[in-house]
Each structure stands twice: as C-alpha cells, then as structure tokens.
Design a protein around this ligand. Structure first.
Ligand code: AMP
Length: 127
C-alpha cells in the first residue's frame, strides 16, 4: 500500500499509476519536461517554470508528501538533505550571500502543488 496522506488533488498516493500524479511526480517520472539542476534517489531540484526571482529553484522530495505539515518524524532527514542542498545550490548559482527559502503550506498560504517542495529564491522580486 502506498502513502495515505492525500498527495495530489484529493488522491491518496501520487506515486501510484492508478491515481492522478502531481506535476512534480510527472517531472520525476519524466512525463513532463523540466530543467533539472540536481537529482539523487530522494530529492530532485528543478528551475521554477514561472520564476518569481532571477534564481528560482524548487527542491522537491521524490516521495510524494503533500506538504511540510504532513512530514512524519522518520522523514525529517529529507528536510535536512534539502537544506544541505540549498547551501550547495546557493554556491553553485552564486547567490550564497542573499537568498530566501519558502515553504508554502495550504492553498490559503499559496501552495498550489501538493507535493512537498522548498523554493530557493534570489535576485529581483521575491515570491
Ligand atoms: P507552490 O505555489 O508553493 O505550491 O509552488 C509551486 C511552484 O511550482 C510555483 O512556483 C510554480 O511556478 C511552479 N511550477 C508549476 N508548474 C511547474 C512546472 N511544470 N515546472 C516547474 N515549476 C512549475
């Protein structure tokens, strides 16, 4: 059985073929194109398709956890990994002196894709 935390649009587990996938799951599964800047077995980092700043990256868990609030204690290491990768990518994109990270939780807070992701933004307008 898959995860039961409601990933995607009212679905149960976006990683299963029989139910709808999030946009990010489709990117992970190479069903949608994206500019991938980093990938390993647990996370993927892509350029945001509609950037709100000069550098706007999305660090996404491959496991489809709907939001930060749904993260279980056993999954905390994923966030540690993402934060470590923020540092690496900030250096790579030469933004290490000034950047923001944003995690939206819930549609009222601006979350549009219910698949855990962290925005990394720098330069120009900020989301
Ligand atoms: P949020 O609003 O926090 O859920 O963030 C979702 C982000 O995904 C937004 O900043 C969108 O611009 C971005 N986005 C939507 N579709 C795509 C896509 N196909 N490829 C890359 N980024 C996307």
């Amino acid at each position: 059985m898959g995860d039961q935390r409601g990933c995607g649009q009212g679905t149960k587990d976006c990683s299963r073929e029989k139910i709808s996938k999030t946009i990010f799951q489709k990117i992970i599964d190479r069903e949608l194109p994206a500019e991938i800047v980093y990938e390993d077995e647990e996370i993927i980092c892509i350029k945001d398709k509609f950037p709100q700043a000069k550098v706007h990256l999305l660090l996404i868990t491959k496991k489809c956890i709907p939001s930060i609030h749904d993260l279980e204690e056993s999954e905390y290491p994923l966030m540690v990994k993402i934060l470590k990768m923020v540092k690496v990518l900030a250096k790579k994109f030469e933004i290490e002196d000034n950047y923001r990270i944003v995690i939206n939780r819930g549609s009222g807070a601006g979350q549009t894709i219910f698949h855990l992701h962290v925005h990394l933004l720098a330069g120009g307008a900020h989301k």
